[in-house]
Design a protein around this ligand. Structure first.
Ligand SMILES: *Cc1c(COP(=O)(O)O)cnc(C)c1O
Ligand SMILES: [Zn+2]
Length: 417
C-alpha cells in the first residue's frame, strides 16, 4: 500500500490512486494526501542531506510508484542571494529561486512532469500528453523522449517560436490549435475521455501538481531549514503557489522547520490577471478573462486552481499584483542587469510585481523575501525584439576601434533603471 492517495479537496472522499482529477460525487478537484503519521520521524534533515542534489531527495513527500527509478536529476536549482536587485527594490534580504536553469528544459515545469510521468508509467500509459502555454510542452516532450513514451502536445497556435521548436526537436507530435489556451485545455479534457492517454495536467493533474512542492522544499532547505517571510510567485493556473504553500506546511507538520506564517504574493500580467484581480477586489472566485499579454506562459484566463490560489494568498496575509507588458520587459532587463540572470516573460512579471509590492510597503526592507524565477529568457527573446540596437560592424583595425571608442565615450552609458 502506498502512503498516499487521491482525496477530494471539498468532500474528503478517497479515490485511491488512478488517473483522475475530479471527484465524481461533488465535482471538486482531487489532491494527493499523505499519511503524515507514518512519515514523521522517517523524513529527517539528515536523511535528505545524504541524497543527491535533485528533487528525488524529497521522494517520501512525492506520489511515486514503489521501486521507482528516476531517469533524470531534475531540480535543486540555485537559491541566489540578490543584493543588487535588493538595492533597486529598497530591501535588504532578497533571494532568487532560479528555475531558469532547471534541467532538462529550463523551467520549473520539469519538476511537475518528472512526477507525473513516474505515475504515467505505473498506470500503463504509452502516450503522454498535455495542453500547454509552452514550457510544459517542452518538459513533456523532452522527458517523454528520455523515458520512452510517445508524446502528443497541444498548444495555442501563436506560441513563441523557441517554445515550438523546443518541443518538436524531441520528436513529439505537436498539435497547434487555432484558439486560446483555455480552449486548448477544454479540448484536451474531451480527448482524455476518449483516448487512454496520460495528460499530465488533466487526468494526471493531482500527481503533476505535487512536483511543484519541490520548489518549496528546496527553498526551505537552502535557507538552512528556515522559511522566508515573503515569497513572490508567478501564477498561470495557480497551482505552483498553492503547492509551495503545501510544501511549507508539510515541513512544519514533519518538524523539519519551525512553524511560521509565510506571506504569499501572487504575480500576473495585467493582460491576463484573473487571480490578482480577484484578490484586489476581495472575491473568492475567478471571473475568467480573455488573455492579451506577452507573458504567454502565464496566459490562462480561467485558471484551474484560481480559487485555491486566492485562498492561499489571502489567508497568508499576502497580496497579488499585476504589471503591464512594458513593465514585464523592464523586469527582465532589471534582473539581467543587476544579477546576471536572464529570465523569460514570467520572470519579468515576478520581478516587476515584486518592485510594486515593495513600493506599496507590502514587502518590508528587513524581511527575507524569495522571488520565484520560473523560466529562461532564451525561450522568449521575441519579447525583447527592437529593444537593443545593432550597430554597423567596424573593420578589424586598431585605428578603427580607436575611432569607435572616441565616439562611444562621448555618449553616457545607459544607467540601470
Ligand atoms: C506554468 C508556469 C508558471 C505558473 O504555473 P501554475 O502552476 O500554472 O500557476 C509560472 N512560470 C512559468 C515560466 C510557467 O511556465
Ligand atoms: Zn468530492
Amino acid at each position: 500500500m502506498p502512503h498516499y492517495e487521491l482525496r477530494c479537496r471539498e468532500c474528503g472522499k478517497s479515490w485511491g490512486n488512478q488517473p483522475r482529477s475530479i471527484c465524481d460525487d461533488c465535482f471538486s478537484p482531487l489532491e494527493i494526501s499523505y499519511d503524515y503519521d507514518a512519515l514523521r520521524g522517517q523524513v529527517t534533515r539528515e536523511r535528505i542531506a545524504q541524497c543527491a542534489a535533485n528533487i528525488w531527495r524529497y521522494s517520501d513527500l512525492l506520489p511515486l510508484p514503489e521501486n521507482f527509478e528516476p531517469s533524470l536529476p531534475v531540480g535543486f536549482t540555485p537559491l541566489l542571494h540578490a543584493p543588487q536587485l535588493a538595492k533597486q527594490l529598497g530591501v535588504k534580504k532578497l533571494y532568487l529561486k532560479n528555475d531558469a536553469v532547471c534541467l532538462p528544459t529550463l523551467s520549473f515545469k520539469d519538476r511537475v512532469v518528472a512526477v507525473a510521468l513516474a505515475q504515467a508509467r505505473s498506470f500503463g500509459f504509452e502516450v503522454v500528453s498535455c495542453s500547454s502555454t509552452g514550457n510544459l510542452a517542452n518538459a513533456v516532450a523532452a522527458q517523454a523522449a528520455r523515458n520512452g513514451f510517445k508524446a502528443w502536445i497541444f498548444i495555442p497556435a501563436d506560441l513563441e517560436p523557441a517554445k515550438i521548436l523546443g518541443t518538436q526537436v524531441f520528436g513529439a507530435k505537436l498539435v497547434r490549435i487555432a484558439g486560446s489556451y483555455d480552449q486548448v485545455n477544454r479540448l484536451c479534457s474531451q480527448i482524455a475521455d476518449e483516448h487512454r492517454w496520460g495528460f499530465v495536467n488533466v487526468n494526471l493533474r493531482p500527481y503533476y501538481a505535487e512536483g511543484s512542492k519541490t520548489v518549496g522544499f528546496e527553498i526551505a532547505e537552502q535557507l538552512g531549514w528556515r522559511l522566508p517571510d515573503n515569497i513572490v510567485v508567478p501564477m498561470a493556473g495557480g497551482s505552483l503557489i498553492t503547492k509551495i504553500k503545501k510544501a511549507f506546511d508539510e515541513l512544519i507538520t514533519l518538524g523539519l522547520v519551525e512553524p511560521k506564517t509565510v506571506r504569499f504574493f501572487g504575480a500576473q500580467a495585467t493582460g491576463c490577471s484573473p487571480i490578482s484581480t480577484a484578490v484586489k477586489t476581495g472575491e473568492t472566485d475567478i471571473q475568467p478573462q480573455k488573455p492579451s499579454t506577452i507573458a504567454r506562459s502565464l496566459a490562462i484566463g480561467n485558471p484551474a486552481d484560481g480559487h485555491y490560489a486566492i485562498k492561499t494568498i489571502t489567508k497568508s496575509g499576502g497580496w497579488a499584483e499585476d504589471v503591464s507588458d512594458s513593465q514585464v520587459v523592464e523586469g527582465i532587463q532589471l534582473l539581467a542587469e543587476t544579477e546576471g540572470v536572464f529570465t523569460e516573460t514570467a520572470g519579468g512579471v515576478t520581478v516587476s510585481c515584486a518592485r510594486k509590492l515593495c513600493l506599496q510597503d507590502r514587502i518590508l526592507p528587513d524581511e527575507t523575501t524569495v522571488l520565484c524565477i520560473t523560466g529562461n529568457g532564451l525561450k522568449t527573446t521575441d519579447a525583447l525584439a527592437g529593444r537593443y540596437e545593432l550597430e554597423e560592424p567596424i573593420p578589424p583595425k586598431i585605428a578603427e576601434f580607436d575611432k569607435y571608442l572616441d565616439k562611444a565615450l562621448e555618449v553616457p552609458e545607459p544607467a540601470v533603471a
